[in-house]
Design a binder for this molecule. Structure first.
Ligand SMILES: Cc1cc2nc3c(=O)[nH]c(=O)nc-3n(C[C@H](O)[C@H](O)[C@H](O)COP(=O)(O)O)c2cc1C
Ligand SMILES: [Mn+2]
Length: 473
């Protein structure tokens, strides 16, 4: 059964030992961030803050709730220890059966409707997440809802939102993000935005997954849940939002309204870009549940929410794209420890330079520019097993033939190895590592791998395994 709301998911995480309630008073100013960061780095349960300094009882905060692969598995209603390969294939199966949302009239997110002066963003414990961030961040685990100007396509994204003041906040969504493409369609008109905080887990997960242009993430969320998402109409703008959300902020971006945003400690594990003018969202209304639960994530050195969620949804999208081109790939894994920068692909090798074919499909896919490193291994290597991948890389990748550098390529501005000039103009580079044996080597010339599975005849292995059983070691 899919989770109805965030509260049900929190209860399940706690039952699985993946969430810890913290009753002690914690400061929104850096303390909640520091506790979350350490919990993520040590792979400890997600911290659930029950008393936030300066905020009334009942204003609680959940942090790091999809901060490892196990929590993503729980969100998908699968066994917490399901192998990530299974999660990727299950995700692909379910996302191909989207379910349209249903509209409801009575919605928990309308328990409190705040307009005018009462619509105050500081009512919520918006955290200062890292020392040196450009401000308190209102949106770090949420849904940003927008509609294509002149069309029906509704997009859900997850784009960071820095608080400017009690009535306005920023958005960071550079092209090719869908929000940016929607803004470009009608630059002279106001753009309505709903910021939804505290949803059941799949809706927020879908907001950070790379769907194709024109696809509504809410339909895919329905497919992944196996049940439609329930939506309700906003109060002051023409958008709909998940009915069981904890907090909904309604607002609009006016043409030319820009203000400095950032910097921010990011999913790459660094704070690496400059403060820059970015669009401002002006608040029109806020609605929230009684005792609203705020959600945050503390990006930084992986693994955190982006790394864990992307290891499933982005691996799946790349795999889908490669398969759709008829390439004989057997697996793909966006390595969580690699900050979204590296995709490992396993494949059969039917012809020359399959590694190059694969790498270019990856880079041509949506969000390809965020993943400048591609490692291609043969199908006897599990791309999700980093020990196997590293061994293949160190033994099969020729330092000159196997490492292929692309000197000129579109960069993603958050990549830490860019200098300031490259970051500004998005001038990047890419590389793929070909860890396959050359197609023109005779079978007899190919080195034979010396593993238990491959270096012994079956009868010897059988006898050896019998020894194991007999001595119990
Ligand atoms: C916690 C978290 C924070 C994110 N913050 C941003 C952000 O500030 N800007 C951005 O462009 N993408 C951000 N992303 C990635 C986008 O959510 C992701 O690329 C998503 O596919 C965007 O939606 P779209 O494909 O509809 O454009 C973030 C992802 C996560 C998990
Ligand atoms: Mn989208």
């Amino acid at each position: 059964m899919p989770f109805k709301d965030l509260r049900e998911f929190i209860a399940r995480l706690e039952k699985e030992g993946q969430l810890k309630r913290i009753k002690e008073e914690v400061d929104w100013n850096l303390e909640a961030g520091a506790i979350t960061r350490r919990a993520l780095e040590e792979n400890l349960p997600a911290p659930y803050f029950q008393k936030i300094k300066g905020y009334p009882a009942g204003y609680e905060m959940a942090s790091g709730i999809l901060g490892n692969i196990q929590r993503v598995a729980i969100a998908m209603d699968m066994a917490p220890d399901a192998p990530v390969k299974e999660l990727i294939e299950e995700y692909l199966k379910r996302k191909d059966k989207p379910i349209k949302p249903v509209m409801v009239k009575d919605a928990p997110c309308k328990e409190n409707i705040l307009k005018g002066d009462r619509a105050d963003l500081l009512k919520f414990p918006v955290p200062m997440i890292h020392e040196g961030d450009g401000g308190r961040y209102l949106g770090t685990w949420h849904i940003t809802v927008s509609k294509e100007p002149g069309g029906d396509w509704v997009n859900w994204g997850m784009y960071r939102h820095m608080l400017h003041d009690s009535k306005s906040f920023a958005i960071l969504a550079p092209p090719p993000k869908h929000f940016a493409l929607m803004m470009e369609k009608a630059p002279a008109k106001p753009m309505e935005v709903a910021l939804v905080i505290g949803t059941e887990p799949i809706s927020s997960f879908c907001a950070c997954t790379p769907m194709p242009y024109g696809v509504s993430e809410v339909d895919v969320a329905g497919g992944l849940r196996g049940e439609p998402v329930e939506l309700v109409q906003c109060e002051t703008i023409d958008l709909t939002v998940p009915a069981t959300a904890e907090i909904v902020i309604e607002g609009e971006i006016r043409p030319g309204d820009m203000k400095d945003e950032g910097p921010f400690g990011e999913y790459t594990g660094y704070r690496s870009e400059q403060r820059r003018p970015r669009p401002v969202v002006r608040v029109k209304a806020i609605t929230h549940r009684n005792n609203p639960i705020f959600t945050m994530s503390c990006m930084g050195v992986p693994v955190d929410e982006s790394a864990a969620a992307f290891a499933v949804c982005k691996s799946a999208s790349f795999l889908d794209e490669l398969r759709s081109k008829g390439l004989p790939v057997t697996g793909a894994y966006l390595v969580p420890e690699g900050a979204s920068h590296v995709l490992v692909v396993s494949t059969k090798v039917p012809y020359y330079n399959i590694a190059g074919e694969i790498a270019h499909v990856v880079w041509g896919a949506r969000h390809g520019c965020l993943t400048p490193v591609v490692i291609v291994v043969e199908d006897d290597v599990d791309p999700c097993n980093l020990k196997q991948v590293f061994h293949a890389m160190m033994t099969k990748c020729h330092p000159w033939r196997g490492i292929n550098k692309i000197e000129h390529a579109l960069a993603w501005p958050l990549i830490p190895w860019l200098n300031n000039y490259e970051r500004e103009f998005r001038i990047g580079a890419r590389v793929y590592f070909d860890c396959t044996w050359p197609i023109d080597w005779k079978p007899a010339d190919i080195p034979k791998r010396m593993s238990f599975a491959e270096a012994y005849p079956e009868d010897v292995k059988k006898k050896a395994l019998a020894i194991w059983e007999k001595y119990g070691y």
